[in-house]
Ligand binder design. Structure first.
Ligand code: CA
Length: 445
C-alpha cells in the first residue's frame, strides 16, 4: 500500500485564511502550505518552540498547545501539537503521517476565514515573521548527500574528467556519500571562507590556503520522519511514509579543495565547513498537488525492481521551481537586491525522494527521525538551469555579468547567495519554501 499523502480538503485552492497576508499575491505561506520551523522572538532568551508559517506570521505552537484550542475529541491532533511545540521537531517527525495529517487538518480549520478560534489565536498565538529568529528544525543525527541530477553529474564530470564525464554506475545506483551533520547551519548564518590543500595548476606540490573557487550547490533537503530498524530495509512503496518534508539546502563547496582531495574517497574538507538550510520544512502532504509521473528515457536502464513501483511511475516526481540569486557587497551598499543567476526545477532529478530512502536502507542501514538527505545539486537540462557556479561559468572560464557591471566566476568575500523554491500551477495554491541564504566572510587565514 503506497504511503504517498493524498489530496484532501486542506489543499482546496479556494480556502482563505483570516490572516489576510496569507492571500497576498506570491505569498509562500498560504493556508494550503502550513510548513513547520523552530523559532523564538529575535533577540530574546525565550524558549525555542515549533511554529507554522501563515502569511507573514508564525503560528506559535507552544502558545497554541497552552491555549488548549484543539478539542479533546481530536486526541491524535493534540498529541501531534504537543510534540510539535517542543524545541526540536524530532519527536513530531517520529510520530508519522497520521499525526502530521491530523495536526495539519486542525490548523487548517482554525486558520480558515470564519473559524471560531480566530480571536483566541489572534490574541495569543501569532508572532510576526519579521520579529522571529530560527534554528535548525531538528537535531540532525546523520546527513547524507545524494547526486540525483544527471545534468549536474554530467556537467561536473566533464570538468573533472573530460574523457569520461558520466560514470557507468550513475544510471543504475543513486549515488551519495555520508556528509557532516555538525556544520549544518540555519539560513542567515554567515561562515568563513574555507581553508584547505590546493594544488595550483603546474605546481610541484600543494599549498594550504583559503579556497579561491568557493561555490554554491542548489539542493533540496529531505527530513526523515519515522526511522527503520537496523537490518530492516524500507520498501519503495513505504518510503514516503518515512519522509516528513522538504527544505532548501545550500551545500557550499570549495572546488579547488575538492579537485585535489576527491579521489579516491570523494568529498571531505571541500564540503564539511558549512551547509545551509532554510528554516521552514514543507510537508510532503502540502506538496501533494505538485506530483508528476516518474519516467526514464527508453534508451536508459530502467530502475532495478527494488527502486521501481507503480506508485512511483504514477506520481513519484515533485514539480518544485528553484532559483539562485546573488548579492555582492557593492550591490548591498548601493541598495540593490540580490539578482537571479540561475533557475531550475526538481522535476529534472534522475532519482526520486522515495528511491533515495529505499536505496539508502536496502543494505539494512537504519534512518532515524530528524536525519537529513540532500538531493544533490539540482541542475536542469539547459545551460542557465545549473545549480552551481562551476557549471554556470564553465569551470570558472566564463564570468557571469551582473546587472551593476560586476562579474563573478566563484564567490568573493561578502557575497550573499539566496536560494528560493516554490510550486505554482493553475488550479492549485502556491506553496513556497521561503529563502535559504548565507554570506561568505573572509577566511582570516
Ligand atoms: Ca552536494
Amino acid at each position: 500500500m503506497p504511503t504517498m499523502a493524498p489530496l484532501n480538503e486542506t489543499h482546496d485552492p479556494a480556502l482563505r485564511s483570516w490572516v489576510q497576508s496569507a492571500q497576498a499575491l506570491g505569498c509562500d505561506f498560504p493556508i494550503q502550505n502550513l510548513p513547520f520551523a523552530v523559532f523564538r522572538r529575535r533577540g530574546t532568551t525565550e524558549a525555542w518552540r515549533g511554529g507554522v508559517a501563515i502569511g507573514d506570521q508564525v503560528l506559535d505552537l507552544a502558545a497554541l498547545a497552552q491555549a488548549n484550542l484543539i478539542q479533546a475529541n481530536e486526541p491524535v491532533a493534540r498529541e501531534a501539537l504537543k510534540a510539535a511545540s517542543q524545541d526540536t521537531l524530532n519527536e513530531f517527525m517520529a510520530l508519522g503521517s497520521k499525526h502530521w495529517s491530523a495536526l495539519r487538518r486542525a490548523l487548517s480549520e482554525m486558520l480558515r476565514l470564519g473559524a471560531v478560534e480566530q480571536y483566541a489565536v489572534q490574541q495569543r498565538c501569532l508572532v510576526a515573521q519579521a520579529d522571529a529568529e530560527y534554528r535548525l528544525p531538528a537535531r540532525i543525527g546523520d546527513y547524507t548527500d545524494f547526486y540525483t541530477s544527471v545534468h549536474h553529474a554530467t556537467n561536473i564530470g566533464k570538468l573533472f574528467r573530460p574523457d569520461n564525464p558520466l560514470l557507468p554506475n550513475y544510471k543504475w545506483v543513486p549515488i551519495g556519500y555520508h556528509g557532516r551533520a555538525s556544520s549544518i547551519v540555519i539560513s542567515g548564518t554567515n561562515f568563513k571562507r574555507p581553508v584547505g590543500q590546493l594544488m595550483p595548476p603546474g605546481a610541484p606540490q600543494p599549498v594550504v590556503g583559503p579556497s579561491r573557487r568557493l561555490d554554491i550547490e542548489l539542493e533540496l533537503g529531505v527530513f526523515i520522519g519515522p526511522g527503520n530498524e537496523l537490518g530492516s530495509p524500507i520498501d519503495i512503496d513505504e518510503a514516503e511514509g518515512h519522509v516528513f518534508g522538504l527544505c532548501l539546502l545550500n551545500d557550499w563547496s570549495a572546488r579547488d579543495i575538492q579537485g585535489w582531495e576527491y579521489q579516491p574517497l570523494g568529498p571531505f574538507l571541500a564540503k564539511n565547513f558549512a551547509t545551509s538550510l532554510s528554516p521552514w520544512v514543507v510537508t510532503m502532504e502540502a506538496l501533494a498537488p505538485y506530483r508528476l509521473p516518474f519516467t526514464r528515457p527508453a534508451e536508459d536502464p530502467q530502475p532495478l525492481p527494488y527502486l521501481d513501483s507503480t506508485a512511483q511511475r504514477a506520481s513519484g516526481v515533485l514539480d518544485i521551481q528553484l532559483e539562485v540569486r546573488l548579492q555582492t557587497p557593492t550591490m548591498r551598499e548601493a541598495g540593490l537586491p540580490p539578482t537571479r543567476v540561475a533557475h531550475s526545477n526538481y522535476r529534472h532529478a534522475y532519482w526520486t525522494v522515495a528511491q533515495m530512502v529505499t536505496h539508502h536502507t536496502v543494505g539494512g542501514c537504519n534512518l532515524q527521525a530528524g536525519d537529513l538527505l540532500g538531493t544533490g545539486t539540482l541542475s536542469g537540462p539547459n545551460a542557465d538551469e545549473a545549480g552551481a557556479l562551476i557549471e554556470l561559468t564553465a569551470g570558472g572560464r566564463q564570468a557571469i555579468n551582473l546587472p551593476n557591471g560586476e562579474q563573478r566566476t566563484f564567490l568573493e568575500d561578502g557575497d550573499c547567495a539566496v536560494l528560493q523554491g516554490w510550486c505554482e500551477k493553475p488550479g492549485a495554491a502556491r506553496v513556497g519554501f521561503g529563502v535559504c541564504e548565507g554570506t561568505v566572510l573572509p577566511s582570516g587565514y
